[in-house]
Write a protein that binds this ligand. Structure first.
Ligand code: 2IT
Length: 447
């Protein structure tokens, strides 16, 4: 297998699908050498099969806005790979959603889910519905109309969606409510991220951020450091950044920046618990403006329009908002200001040349599919609790999450340790995830 040859064919077949092609390229580059040591993979054409989704549903969602006007959106569910379990992965509601974006996310999800140690295949879905400026009623009507189509494509042992950008607890509530009504199934666990009184797992809202900080702590421990006393920046102010801020603070780090599409908020003295709570209010307002933090906490949070978190001097940066949010120029600025580690919590948060640059310029870098896997792992734990008809305690969930993040870190070390002893976390995560999915596909024959 040659990455360049496979990529040339994919580019011709899927022109313009830039995010999808970027995600595939990153994985193929990492695994090429290992793949070529396994002629049985090549014989079964594993790569050619693995890079294409098993199935994509495309559907129209029509709903009525508060003015009584009829709106039409496009929606999708990409069922990427079921070799190791039912399709599992979030739903993204964002105006820029395209099949390319969901294919990249479904592809990444497949390897991420493999890393969690749990039996989950990869999937992703969503819509070009833009939640910004919508009322709660509009969000409910959209979610209901979306589920009217989606419900026939999913099932607790078939495909289990969850949240992603633009889909949090409120949206999962509306989606699950409609699913229950249509399917007449009330303990199905067909969605994860549910409310605590109706089948949700305690700590699922926090899990992506908590898991990321556990992972970072393990990677730092390996090089004789810790999070204690480090200055860190996050991007965005959504569910992921919220959980990361909470755990970073608990572990003794100082969060000095969060951001939004409108700019960055610098918090020189470190984020407080009140500010962390306020992130939730900001998200549920649907305004999508980080400036609101500065308005609420004048003098403590200072807003600069049009800037990203990466201009604030820190020790460690945690991209936690959206794909390709950190460019090579951002990486250079971070380094110039003293940053020495970047843990990607967003999916494909760093551009390809930024990753290459960081790896060659002494910045410790770990990719989203390892760092952010605690979210979907805890979704897996929610599925287990639903299947057992039981709710675990916070301690139990947290212990499991911690063990899973440690197992993911161990796999990265096993597959990513280089001859000079340093760990290439990109290679480690990609090879570990790939080997598991490839082996399963091989054993299941040509299907
Ligand atoms: O990117 C992700 O891993 C998620 N959005 C969470 C998926 C899930 O099924 O919990």
């Amino acid at each position: 297998m040659k990455t360049s040859e496979i990529m040339a064919k994919l580019q011709a077949k899927h022109p313009g699908e830039s995010e999808y092609l970027q995600a595939v390229q990153e994985v193929l580059e990492s695994i090429e050498e290992v793949y070529n040591q396994h002629p049985e993979f090549e014989k079964a054409r594993i790569i050619e099969r693995m890079v294409e989704p098993e199935r994509i549903y495309t559907f129209r969602v029509t709903w009525v806005d508060d003015k009584g006007e009829i709106q039409t959106n496009l929606a999708y569910r990409v069922q990427f790979n079921s070799a190791i379990g039912p399709y599992k992965g979030g739903l993204r509601f964002h105006k820029a959603v395209t099949p390319s974006m969901l294919k990249f996310l479904g592809f990444e999800q497949t390897f991420k889910n493999a890393l969690t140690t749990l039996p989950m295949g990869g999937g992703k879905g969503g819509s070009d519905f833009d939640p910004v400026g919508k009322s709660d009623d509009e969000i409910m009507r959209f979610c209901q109309a979306f589920m009217l189509e989606l419900w026939r494509c999913i099932g607790p042992d078939e495909d289990v969606p969850a949240g992603d950008v633009g889909v949090g607890g409120r949206e999962i509530g509306f989606l699950d409510g409609m699913y229950r009504k249509l399917a007449r199934q009330y303990n199905t666990g067909v969605l994860t991220g549910k409310g605590m009184t109706w089948g949700g797992s305690i700590l699922r809202p926090e899990a992506t951020g908590y898991g990321a900080l556990y992972f970072a702590n393990l990677a730092l421990k390996k090089i004789g450091k810790s999070l204690e006393g480090q200055k860190v920046s996050l991007s965005g102010f959504g569910n992921v950044a919220w959980g990361a801020a909470k755990k970073a603070k608990q572990l003794g780090a100082k969060v000095v920046a969060i951001s939004g599409p409108d700019g960055v908020c610098e918090i020189k003295d470190g984020i407080t618990d009140e500010m962390i709570d306020y992130m939730l209010v900001m998200r549920s307002s649907n305004r999508n403006k980080v400036e609101d933090m500065a308005t609420k906490f004048p003098g403590k949070a200072v807003f600069t329009p049009g800037k990203k978190s990466w201009c604030v001097p820190v020790d460690i940066a945690f991209p936690s908002a959206f794909q390709n949010e950190l460019s090579k120029a951002d990486a250079e600025e971070l380094k110039k200001n003293g940053c020495w580690a970047v843990f990607e919590i967003s999916n494909m948060g760093c551009q390809a040349d930024a990753i290459h640059w960081m790896q060659h310029n002494g910045i410790l870098f770990a990719p989203g599919k390892a760092v952010n896997a605690g979210g979907v792992a805890t979704s897996g734990l929610e599925m287990t609790q639903n299947a057992e008809h039981i709710s675990w305690t916070a301690d139990e969930v947290d212990r499991n999450l911690h063990n899973i993040m440690a197992a993911i870190h161990e796999q990265c070390v096993k597959f990513g340790t280089q001859p000079d002893g340093h760990v290439d976390y990109v290679k480690g995560a990609n090879i570990a995830g790939f080997m598991k999915v490839a082996q399963a596909m091989l054993e299941q024959g040509i299907i």
